[in-house]
Design a protein around this ligand. Sequence first.
Ligand code: ATP
Length: 295
Amino acid sequence: LIQLSIPLNYLGMVYREVKQALTNIQRMYALLDEPQEVRDAPDAPALRVDGATLRFEHVDFHYDAARPILRDVDFTIPAGKTLAVVGTTGAGKSTLARLLYRFYDVTGGRITIDGQDIREVTQDSLRAAIGIVPQDTVLFNDTIYYNIAYGRPDADREAVIAAARSAHIHDFIVSLPQGYDSMVGERGLKLSGGEKQRVAIARTLLKDPHLLVFDEATSALDTRTEKIIQAELADIARHRTTLVIAHRLSTIVEADEILVLEQGKVVERGTHARLLEAGGRYAALWAMQQREAGS
Ligand code: ATP
């Protein structure tokens, strides 16, 4: 019995390792969303960024021809401004970010950055220009240093630490017994939601992109952490063209423009104050959230 239990234990360990590796690969795919269907045009030039004005021009999109997801979505984010998209679950908000990153190509209309159709430039140059702070940050089973440096693998140690400081996670990291060499991820230290978001912010700061996408977390952090993180996000969004996929309206009060998306169509647009005045869909969503927050 003893003899048998050793190999079984060993197999159990191997099984866990393999399962972990598979989970990581699955996550990578979840992060990259889908296998690559989108290709560079032959001789595609690199994107030239000059301020990063982002336009969605009459964009239509479906994953499956039988079911349109976006219909005639049209907006401009002038260089350095912030646009927030709100709407009910499944309205197509996150799809906007996937199209911008070119996981998929639009099925109608076009997306341009400083006048260049994103289908006509290299994907590498497009993706280098965009920083995404996702809903749920994937941490690799590696050191916290690696996890931050992932934003720009050629960054030197000073730049990594500077990014961690700006994301207000440096003090936490140096308080760990192994500091920047602490292992995180499923096999290491489990970070809280707020700490993970800060790692994502540090990664993005290190990448220093022209365009930012915040896919706001649906799961709320505690109010204090959330307020702090919002302030940090507002800070890195300043002077950068920013698209906020908003799941909670409190984060977008300051946006230059807000779009309300419903079943893939823009049904309202304006500033927070204007939309409240108008007393339409946005005002109703806002009132609902205020009630929920109060209860
Ligand atoms: P939420 O607020 O819940 O995150 P959302 O507005 O961001 O929702 P999307 O994620 O953009 O919504 O999804 C829009 C619609 O597209 C949903 O009905 C969803 O089921 C569908 N969808 C999303 N991804 C795919 C996919 N890869 N293949 C097919 N349909 C998809």
